[in-house]
Design a protein around this ligand. Structure first.
Ligand SMILES: [Zn+2]
Ligand SMILES: [Zn+2]
Ligand SMILES: [Zn+2]
Length: 433
């Protein structure tokens, strides 16, 4: 296995009496209320029942989210991409599309769903709720889109497949993107194909050099941002099992055999997956898949990350009230239209005016090179796609074969050998038939 054994218990210090409590992993992964301190009998997680409406997203943002967003911002072309996203009124066009095609949810339409949405918004302190839509699609999915005024859309597939608590997870996850200020970049990732040509034109030829790096960096951030939103969802539902069950059902749940699908085996699968190396072969391979199919659930990786955050991260501390409180959001006026924008905004969301210069010079060149290298684009030989596949295959074999060796080519589709000693074919056979 790629990783050390999962932790069996989490140690947590009681904020009232200072006693160190040992909480078994299964208990922490299935919290339904705050455990009590073994010594003073007071709740260990003193903010368990609180709404986190003053929470600074910095308290839960996944480090990979931050890191990949910084990398994205260092690449020339990103501000131009955002500007064209805004100037081409994608928000208006998409809103029109939603309004004309989807069912708008509100107190009088799908009120149960609306109440959950409001609840999730209240938990995260989101003052202005986005519009919420349901669209007809058997594929369980949801997304958030927008530039200035956001909206969330949930597929009927989600509503058919998931129970009430799991639907709350999906809505809270989407509102997590709002809370963490992801939506403009998420929207850019969604419409990338349609605006890429604009970047090429706007950057006078060098565009073709930066488009691929921008896309790669955007996709890397896009999947990392999912990890942060899963954390936000967890802070709303407060039961890790529920979040993991949602991921499991989206991965492969069915109503037909619902009673035969269990979370324990799924967690085992996530444990055995090991730590995802975003910079490594698997990360590169997923980038390519992601750019081809625009699918981004990676449910096993995300489950593993939820477990890690709960058992080794600051999740329990937040539930005990230890988190950064959101300060007043600092803004700067747009020199073109005068409207206020967040200090870190690259582009004015009101008029599309570019608020920062595109990075240039050596630093920009280095940023482009780094992202190309991370994606394996600049290593000679095969095209990035087949190289990524070869690497991913090697990684998989090293990670999942029992002796950990990678001693030769894998024959595609080679059947597993079953022998009387090894009825499941688990031991496998390395040296070919
Ligand atoms: Zn205590
Ligand atoms: Zn998401
Ligand atoms: Zn402006």
């Amino acid at each position: 296995m790629a990783d050390a054994k999962p932790v069996e218990a989490v140690e947590f210090t009681c904020g009232e009496c200072g006693a160190v409590n040992r909480l078994p992993r299964e208990k922490v992964l299935n919290l339904k209320s705050s455990p009590l301190c073994g010594r003073c009998d007071k709740p260990l997680l003193r903010a368990y029942d609180r709404f986190f409406d003053d929470l600074d997203p910095d308290s839960y943002i996944h480090p990979l989210d931050k890191e990949t967003l910084d990398a994205l911002k260092r690449i020339p072309g990103v501000a131009t991409l955002l500007r064209s996203l805004i100037r081409h009124s994608f928000e208006l066009a998409t809103r029109l599309h939603h309004h004309a095609n989807f069912v708008r949810v509100g107190p009088a339409q799908y009120p149960t769903l609306w109440a959950k949405f409001e609840h999730a918004g209240r938990c995260l302190g989101i003052k202005q709720l986005p519009e919420l839509y349901v669209y007809q699609d058997p594929v369980p999915n949801a997304y958030t889109f927008g530039v200035d005024r956001y909206f969330v859309a949930v597929s009927t597939g989600c509503l058919e497949l998931l129970d009430d608590d799991e639907i709350l997870v999906v809505l809270a996850h989407e509102l997590g993107h709002v809370h963490a200020d992801h939506v403009l970049y998420k929207s850019a990732a969604r419409v990338f194909g349609s605006v890429a040509s604009t970047i090429i034109q706007a950057t006078f030829g060098i565009g073709s050099l930066v488009v691929y790096p921008v896309q790669l960096a955007l996709l890397r951030w896009d999947r990392a941002s999912e990890l942060s939103s899963d954390r936000a969802a967890l802070l709303v539902v407060k039961n890790p099992f529920t979040v993991m069950r949602t991921l499991m059902k989206i991965a492969g749940g069915t109503r037909r055999y619902a009673g035969e699908l269990g979370i324990d085996a799924f967690i085992e699968q996530a444990d055995s997956f090991g730590k995802m190396q975003d910079e490594g072969p698997l990360g590169r391979y997923i980038t390519i898949f992601q750019s081809l199919f625009r699918s981004h659930p990676f449910p096993i990786w995300r489950t593993k990350e939820v477990i890690d955050w709960v058992t080794t991260g600051n999740y329990l501390e937040i539930l005990d009230g230890e988190y950064k409180v959101r300060a007043l959001i600092a803004t700067k006026p747009c020199p073109s239209c005068g409207n206020a924008n967040r200090v870190e905004a690259m582009v004015c969301t009101h008029c599309g005016h570019q608020l920062v210069d595109e990075p240039t010079g050596e630093a920009a060149e280095r940023a482009v090179r780094e992202v190309r290298e991370a994606a394996g684009v600049d290593e000679g030989g095969d095209d990035p796609m087949s190289r990524a596949w070869k690497e991913a295959r090697g990684w998989y074999k090293r990670t999942f074969t029992l002796d950990g060796a990678d001693d030769g080519p894998i024959v595609d589709g080679e059947p597993t050998r079953r022998t009387p000693d090894d009825p499941d074919g688990k031991v496998g056979k390395k040296d070919g038939p």
